[in-house]
Design a protein around this ligand. Sequence first.
Ligand code: CAA
Length: 385
Amino acid sequence: MMDFDLSPEQDAIRKLANEFADREIAPGARERDRGEIFPHEILKKMAPIGLLGGPIPEQYGGMGVDYISHAIITEAIGRADSSVRTTLSVQISLVELTILKFGTEEQKRAWLPRLCKGEIIACFGLTEPEVGSDATKLRATAKRDGEGWVIRGRKTWISNGSVSKLALVFANADPDKGYKGITAFLIDRERSPYGSAAIHGKLGLRSSDSSELILDDVRVPDSARLGEVGEGFKIAMAGLDSGRYSVAAGAVGQAQAAIDASITYSTQRKAFGKPIAGHQLVQELIADMVVETEAARLLVWRAGHLKNKGVPSTRETSIAKLYASEIAQRACDGAIQVHGGYGFSDEFPVERYWRDARVNRLYEGTTQIQKLIIGRFATGIDAIG
Ligand code: CAA
């Protein structure tokens, strides 16, 4: 049986998240983008109403919402500002949910309430200067040192890296074993300081923080290890199953923002004696955006339905992530077309949407990596390695 209705709880969350996004996030997005200003103030307001810990159970400080609600919140934030949504995706989906799944009781109690309260921001350190798509080949190392470990390496394009107080870092504890040596660590920046360097001059997501992580012999106790030695690659992939879901939901939000802006503009702007929305080719642009956005939303919710059931959803998550990322870019491009010359200036938000949408096709696994994952499921043939 299929049910496309939202439950009263999901509908209430949709209203809460959308009202918050419209009131607190959207109005300052242009200034934050212009000034590359990280949204600390917004995060402080999101935490008390539960938006930094949506799917985390209440006993660990979250709201305990289901995965469709999680997507609804993420879409609402993504509709207002993708930079804020990126911070949220890393905090909740890549870090909190990964600790929830693989952490010891002690690790969950130590970190989750603080993350949900926004007391600390976290980052996910997988990508390296010379290792992106082929994550099995990462070069950072973790060497045993008495009771603890010494971690050495460089990570790059790490969202939240400079503002983080906690880094979930993947390093190889036994390079002879290849990816089966990769091990995950929760590095507490206060106790085990690591360096960072912010990356500037980005095309989009200018108010989010993207940084290099500098791990020069960072000493951590064995209690910082997340999961077993050698289990790190699977932990990273499971984390990305959550992260990609969040990116997909955020991309649907961007596409919806492009539609909303296009409708507002095209029903007010006149050309050839009538609102431009009355011209067939403008309606075609908007209709294409509407169809693709609604299809993407359903793909996200289908993946969420599987996550709610606790069954594997890698395939469905990759499909949703790929499709939502691609259509968000098209929708934002279409929105610029609807706006004409005005769409080329930051007087209107659509140029920012377009710049911000570009990264969805790159981070948390490029569109090409999603195709290889989907193709492998379809054919049974591994074209990756
Ligand atoms: N969940 C759990 N385990 C998984 C898994 C998943 N989704 N996917 C794979 N695994 C397991 C496999 O079962 C396998 O286990 P065994 O050794 O027991 O057989 C192991 O992991 C190796 O998996 P694969 O054979 O699939 O590895 P591969 O090399 O063929 O493919 C890949 C891996 C899919 C290409 C992967 O490297 C990948 O996803 N690359 C993209 C990396 C990426 O997304 N980076 C984004 C960085 S994070 C980011 O962007 C954060 C930010 O700050 C914005």
